[in-house]
Design a protein around this ligand. Structure first.
Ligand code: GDG
Length: 475
């Protein structure tokens, strides 16, 4: 029977090693959250790196991880070394592709050593997945860490269906062209039968980049590449709407969180939830909140910003510096505006459980999500879905992919502190019936275009792609 193989850098479960042994924990992040349910229910295998370097484990531990992942989680562990992680993941993925695709051009590092590691690790993924592939299988590859993999698989298995989805923005041609290895990455992607992006803007950028760099025109979003057609389209990723809109059970929310929520009942609560990343615009958001307090003193002692930041890419200098910058800005606002009975910003540098997250969403009058660039941003969708009473309001930046689907939100330029401050005020003071109308529209869309719909739409499009191999021999 044919199966679907998901391939992504990380698995939906993260393995870590401590003195007490090996620990298995659900991974945090857009992709893990998004495909989890689909994977649990379908005939699928998920291949990816388990989160711990193979040279940090004994041989027995390596095989124990492999068999636990296989038997308990339907996962295939792709073993990577510490050197791989350093050069491929921290190196090429996060020092080159991530900043470039998010338009942080001055942060991009061009190092041929990390590029070599990127190629090598994409080959490692190929070698891990290759023995699993059987005729009729579908392979769905995810994200910027594996852009060479589609073509590697295509060369060996020309008849399987290969899909690729990019979770981050695809930048405009003028940005993308800065990359030294630009053609190789495009050719790697074009090995897929279907290449998906979150928005039509990213699709347009990709098509024009392929035309200008490789000279391939598209015909109705289909590009003839070597012996097959590569189709390109937008598939805006949704969330598990039912999960976020159902009530969390109280026993899943810690007493500490319930007490915290209780203590904020008399305040207007603004929440923001992000992974720690410089693309998320967190320092500008805090500065904008400070500006809000300066401009609208009537809100002193009445409002609170709850900043929940999940640790990410810990130990990397740029990220550690960002954390320090955030801490300084938070204490600056609290030092300047706080009183003996009121602290305007509460900063939590930790992850919380999903049920707690929903409880926090529900308790918040406003979600403030102002990334400088974001492929989609699932947090915005989760907040709207969680507030089933339609009494919350979303303030979000125009440079997040989700802005093109959530036009009823208060949309702001994330660099414009004045606009964010006014956006906060507008969201806090919006009449109930206006909020209700806007939220009802957003709910309708989110419940229909949920994550299951996203995955099915992508896979159905991939499966229904026409028999597209062009004969290589003259007829
Ligand atoms: C990439 C793209 C794109 C966060 N903190 C906690 C927690 N989270 C969960 C959220 C959400 C996910 O992590 C974050 O997803 P985002 O979409 O906001 O951002 P990225 O992680 O950067 O994801 C992004 C996404 O891929 C999907 O394609 O939207 O643009 O950058 O689901 O709920 N979850 C829990 N505790 C936390 O503390 N349980």
């Amino acid at each position: 029977m044919s199966k679907t193989i998901f391939v992504s850098n990380r698995l939906p479960v993260t393995v870590s090693k401590s003195e007490s042994g090996l620990d298995y924990k659900e991974s945090i992040g857009g992709l893990a959250t998004g495909l989890k349910n689909y994977h649990e229910q379908g005939d699928t295998i998920w291949a990816g790196w388990p989160g711990v370097a193979k040279d940090e484990l004994s041989e027995e531990e390596v095989s124990s991880v492999a068999s636990t992942l296989k038997n308990d989680y339907k996962c295939l562990a792709v073993p990577l070394t510490s050197e791989d992680i350093e050069m491929y993941y921290h190196g090429f993925c996060n020092e080159t592709i991530w900043p470039l695709f998010h338009y942080f051009t001055s942060a991009v590092e061009y190092r041929s050593k990390t590029w070599e590691a990127y190629k090598r690790v994409n080959r490692t993924f190929f070698e891990a997945v290759d023995p699993l592939i059987e005729e009729g299988d579908t392979i769905w590859i995810h994200d910027y860490q594996l852009m060479l993999l589609p073509q590697m698989i295509r060369e060996k298995h020309p008849d399987v269906k290969i899909g690729f989805f990019l979770h981050i923005p695809f930048p405009s041609f003028e940005i993308y062209r800065l990359l030294i290895w630009r053609n190789e990455l495009l050719e790697g992607l074009l090995g897929a039968n279907l290449i998906g992006f979150h928005t039509y803007d990213y699709v347009r950028h990709f098509l024009s980049t392929v035309r200008r760099l490789l000279g391939y025109e598209h015909n109705l979003y289909k590009i003839q590449f070597e012996t097959h057609l590569a189709q390109v389209d937008a598939f805006p990723m949704g969330i598990d709407y039912d999960y976020f809109s159902k009530s969390p059970t109280e026993e899943n929310v810690s007493q500490e969180s319930l007490d915290f929520i209780e203590s904020t009942k008399d305040l207007r609560n603004i929440i923001s939830v992000d992974r720690l990343d410089y693309t998320k615009g967190i320092p500008d958001r805090i500065k904008a909140f400070k500006h809000f307090l300066a401009k609208y003193p009537e809100y002193h002692e009445k409002v609170r910003l709850n900043l929940i930041i999940a640790p990410s890419r810990v130990g990397i200098e740029k990220y550690d510096n960002l954390k320090r910058e955030i801490e300084e800005l938070v204490s600056e606002v609290n030092g300047e505006y706080g009183t003996f009975s009121w602290m305007p910003v509460w900063f939590f540098f930790r992850t919380v459980s999903q049920d707690e997250l929903i409880a926090f969403y529900r308790n918040s009058d406003v979600l403030l999500v102002t990334p400088l660039r974001d492929g989609m941003n699932l947090v915005a969708k989760e907040y709207v879905a969680s507030r089933t009473d339609n009494k919350g309001m979303l303030v979000m930046s125009e440079t997040a992919g989700a802005a093109s689907e959530l036009g009823e939100a208060v949309i702001v330029n994330p660099n414009d502190h004045e606009a964010i401050a006014n956006g906060i005020k507008m969201a806090l003071e919006m009449p109930e019936d206006d909020k209700m109308d806007r939220n009802i529209n957003m709910h309708r869309r989110l419940s229909r275009y949920n994550v299951k719909f996203w995955a099915e739409e992508f896979l159905n499009t991939l499966w229904s792609a026409p028999e597209d191999r062009i004969p290589t021999e003259p007829l």
